[in-house]
Design a protein around this ligand. Structure first.
Ligand code: MG
Length: 369
């Protein structure tokens, strides 16, 4: 297809309540939204790096500039026949995975529109429903957290994920485990610890967690391998796996037994597929992570999560849980049994409201031939 036009938006999505993690507090989610057009057809996608470069070295304001100044000019007016060809055209630019993903996912959505197929068929997904877990950020009190976990258990969620940070760790997790002896749960440390915290992780190791997500530095693989040798609980990498190469190195080093895949973090859906397939070959479990996407990005994540090696309940949420408003005509919601259903319509799973995107845009640009 020839890329005729790109609309690029940096949108600010107000949250129901602030999202607290080891790296800070977000009152809004910040996304890059791209509309890619070829002739009369267009595809929309969303990549959500948050506002400040706290989760990763990218933030929405800088990613917007990178797309407008560097990435978009490399693909506008070009015939791009595959996602790999698009990635190849952008490969002269280092890193900037969320920025690249916004364009790459828009290419897939445009391709799905042109082929008149749902995205999961293009990706090769096989699941007819997608499982989701419950997630809780750092709370104001342990009692409040226990109350929320109780609610998730009663609702029937298959697993719970808790954010952990220095000062909100061992005592909290012990309280959760003693209150819910049979609960499947894991902690996400968002790179808030170092190897000096090994005694803490040895204590956490006794709690029977499903995994410990990203305990050490956001760009580390070697120290995670050292930690994984010292504890029995599987380590799951999130921030550290930004590319297929990182995933391959992590497996070679023994840095993890689980990989959380976020299409934004790894530069798009083709890289997500490649990491998924590599992990499947090596017996590494994957699950799809979330970045507080709207229904636009969340719907794309549901399509991705239909692939067979996404074997742990995913971080995909009904958007009303976190977002005050949305970018789409209908919202991402649970189907029966706390699961999501893959799209049955060709192209975009949740139809975008362009006027809503424009109204929530902090910055916007149009690049044409
Ligand atoms: Mg994480």
């Amino acid at each position: 297809m020839k890329i005729d036009r790109l609309e690029i938006y940096h949108v600010k999505l107000p949250l129901v309540s602030p999202w607290r993690t080891a790296y800070g507090e977000d009152a809004e989610a910040h996304s890059l939204v791209v509309r890619m057009s070829s002739g009369e057809a267009s595809g929309w996608a969303e990549s959500t790096p948050l506002y400040a470069p706290t989760y990763s070295p990218e933030g929405a304001p800088s990613a917007f500039v990178v797309i407008r100044e560097f990435l978009a000019p490399r693909i506008i007016g070009q015939e791009i026949e595959s996602a790999r060809a698009l990635n190849e055209r952008l490969s002269c630019f280092k890193g900037n995975y969320f920025a690249k993903a916004a364009l790459e996912m828009a290419w897939w959505m445009l391709e799905a529109e042109l082929q008149q197929k749902p995205l999961h068929q293009l990706l090769g997904g096989t699941r007819t429903e997608v499982e989701a877990g419950a997630d809780f950020g750092v709370q104001d009190s342990v009692d409040l957290l226990l109350e929320k976990v109780q609610g998730a258990v009663e609702a029937g969620f298959p697993r719970v994920k808790l954010k952990m940070k220095p000062g909100w760790d061992l005592d909290v997790m012990r309280a959760v485990r003693s209150t819910f002896p049979d609960l499947t749960f894991h902690v996400d440390c968002n790179s808030g610890y170092t190897l000096e915290d090994l005694p803490l992780f040895r204590q956490i190791d006794r709690l029977g967690l499903a995994m410990i997500e990203q305990p050490l530095a956001h760009d580390d693989l070697v120290e995670h391998a050292e930690l994984q040798r010292q504890i029995g609980t599987p380590i799951c990498l999130d921030e550290s796996v930004k590319s297929v190469r990182h995933a391959r190195l992590a497996i070679q080093l023994g840095s993890c037994r689980v990989v959380n895949i976020k299409p934004g973090r790894v530069g798009g859906l083709q890289n997500a597929l490649d990491i998924h397939n590599l992990c499947a070959e090596q017996g590494i479990i994957c699950w799809v992570g979330g970045m507080l996407e709207s229904s636009l990005g969340g719907g794309i994540c549901v399509e991705l999560a239909t692939l067979p090696n996404f074997r742990y309940p995913n971080d995909i949420f009904p958007t009303a849980h976190f977002h005050r408003t949305d970018l789409t005509e209908t919202r991402l919601e649970f189907g029966p049994g706390l699961t999501f259903q893959p799209s049955t319509v060709p192209g975009i799973p949740y139809r975008v409201r362009p006027e809503r995107v424009a109204a929530l845009a902090v910055q916007q640009a149009v690049v044409t031939t």
